[in-house]
Design a protein around this ligand. Structure first.
Ligand code: AP5
Length: 222
């Protein structure tokens, strides 16, 4: 096929802004957003077998076993929409074994983006985060308050967003970060994520546009 859609991985500590940037990337580039955190939370909400297994790990701020997450991601990546439109993988791989699983299937991104944010800022972002269960939109009580009273009244807090659990998630991220990024060192772009979301997106936008031009194909937004 002449189609060469973009394949993007976005990584970074808990609350570094992956989900927030993914909303903007999807709007502009029309990629299929695959967030393992979102997929797992949907399984938990549905009370599925995967969800029941994953729940205890997630609520404790620990990683869900590799085989569960890897099966979920490879199934999602092999669907037709991801092949046609390209994909944006968010929150995976998170361990060396997960990166290896993709390498073995010859699934490689064009670019590996790492959002870099200082620890104290990450804690504040997690503790203040709220989610809209209806639209899936991400808010923050100070940084991005909800637009209306109606939205405000239905916002929920993630059970793993307490200060204690964020510390644990951050530790686990730091333990794995180097091993995972070593797999992608030649295509890694580290971005200062401690700026406004618009400014961070401008930098990501220009990187992706560059990669996309190099691939020589126009990606149409949805
Ligand atoms: P996951 O959902 O992936 O959580 P995470 O990596 O900890 O990332 P977050 O969702 O917390 O943060 P984010 O970077 O998306 O930030 P956001 O944009 O929301 O995973 C959850 C759990 O699932 C894991 O702990 C694990 O148990 C399991 N799991 C998932 N993937 C797995 C895997 N591969 N293997 C094993 N287990 C797995 O922003 C955060 C807040 O900051 C928001 O309030 C937002 O409004 C605000 N904000 C964002 N950008 C800015 C900005 N520029 N300025 C100011 N505020 C901002």
């Amino acid at each position: 096929s002449m189609n060469e859609p973009l394949k993007v991985m976005i990584s970074g500590a808990p609350a570094s802004g992956k989900g927030t940037q993914c909303e903007l990337i999807v709007q502009k580039f029309g990629l299929v957003h695959i967030s393992t955190g979102d997929l797992l939370r949907a399984e938990v909400a549905a009370g599925s077998e995967i969800g029941n297994k994953a729940k205890e790990y997630m609520n404790a701020g620990r990683l869900v076993p590799d085989e569960i997450v890897t099966a979920m991601v490879t199934a999602r990546l092999s669907r037709e929409d991801a092949k046609q439109k390209g994909w944006l993988l968010d929150g995976y791989p998170r361990s060396f074994a997960q990166a290896e699983a993709l390498e073995q299937k010859q699934i490689r991104p064009d670019i590996y983006i790492v959002l870099d944010v200082p620890d104290d800022i990450l804690i504040d972002r997690c503790v203040g985060r709220r989610l809209d269960p209806v639209t899936g939109k991400i808010y923050h009580i100070k940084n991005f308050p909800p637009e209306t009273e109606e939205i405000k009244s239905r916002l929920i807090t993630r059970p793993d967003d307490t200060e204690e659990k964020v510390q644990s998630r951050l530790e686990i991220y730091k333990q794995n970060a180097e091993a995972v990024s070593s797999t992608y060192s030649s295509i890694t772009n580290k971005i200062d994520g401690n700026r406004s979301k618009e400014v961070v997106f401008e930098e990501i936008d220009s990187l992706l546009s560059q990669v996309h031009n190099e691939k020589g194909k126009l990606i149409k937004p949805e």
